[in-house]
Design a protein around this ligand. Sequence first.
Ligand code: GLN
Length: 493
Amino acid sequence: MSAELIELTVAEAAERIRSGELAADEYFDAYREAAAGDSLNALLWRAENGAEADLEGTRAAQEEIDPERPLAGIPVAVKDIFCTEGVPTTAGSRILEGYRPPYTATAVRGLRRAGARVLAKANMDEFAMGSSNENSGYGPALNPWDSGRVPGGSSGGSAAAVAGRLAPCAIGTDTGGSIRQPAALCGIVGMKPTYGAVSRYGMIAFASSLDQCGPLTRNVTDAALLLRAMEGRDPCDSTSVGIDGGIDLPSREDLKGLSFGVPRELSSEAEGIESGVREVFERTVGLIEQLGGEVSETELRHAPHGISAYYVLAPAEASANLARFDGVRYGLRVEADELTGMYERTRAQGFGPEVKRRIMLGTYALSSGYYEAYYGRAQRVRTKIAEDFSKAFERFDFVVTPTSPTVAFELGAKTDDPLAMYLNDYCTVPMPLAGIPAISIPAGVAPPDGGGPDLPVGFQVAGRAFSDSGILDVAHALERAIDFRPDRNGGPA
Ligand code: GLN
């Protein structure tokens, strides 16, 4: 019985729960059991019972539930970067060990209002800095397709949990690719909405001008259901505006009348694209044409500089955002004889090496004398990238690229080479720099260059700001045509 429950989509399960055909507790218990057997280190905290899942005794629990309960009884794995009242929240860092926030993130409250329950908090790279989950202070999460490989990052725990059948759906955050890249490496759907679509209130900040929350699910409709429950304007986040008219559930079955640009900088000419990834990408572009979409090559001239700009801007913002972790307000405190010593020891012990690297990079980039040369320049590159997209969208409705240049790589393969690790984000970083939405859907499998098992390959669709419903619609049509079946491709069933 529970094996069958675990295969239900979010839409199906919610429907059965609403109609009374399935008891919410039975469904939740099936997942609680699955989550308890987590052999992927995907989850850092799990709800022991239904009351905890409903965040009983918290303000979120007192919230009025939408009478239509679009997510009735749906268990959600929440990336551990979202504050959940009374429930441990670490952002994957030892510096927040033992921290229990006094409030719940607006995005999680949106899911709760729609009827969802918090099943677990998902593992992640420390403060969302990483592409492999190996920067977690609590050990790496593993890829359910091959536990010797990374699930991607930073929302690796969320992606591994959904692909590995520990949760029916999850939420994560994407600053430079952290939803889309792990979704691609684990063979699931992951979407970064338009910047401002979902409130960042209660989402522990990494790079505030880039961070966005979004869904990780097993299909496109489920992603739309989650996003629909989370988007909206929130007085607690002045950069949130929501999406006019909300999110429509996707229904498109063809792509007639739509145009797609393939930027050569992020496809044929992209750095480090594996041949298997390229093949699946080209096949999927062929499918777009078969579905009636018009495809031509386009250019995003400055996109190749995205990584360089991102790795100045994101660390600069992080160096400011992470100043608050000093042993006074939250989590870990390492005592010393005087105050500065306490700050220093707490931060030295609490932060991992990647976080320290970024704080140093960011502080340097913002220091007087260097500010213009690094931060100012990176901001100008960011503007150029946004202009490139605007130009492309004058001609095309959507832009498509591979999500990640490679399939899932082996644990440890890139940990000694931060620059190689940063290249994972080559195709995903330009979109958050421009603030536009993008989705990754599984498009097939391919072996890594140099040989190895077949592993999932993601296909990315990006669109104009606030075209989130349109992107979901395109992804829905493509998903039908691709008919990706992990169980028939050596993946987790
Ligand atoms: N991999 C990128 C980084 O390390 C992106 C992370 C993210 O999107 N949170 O910064």
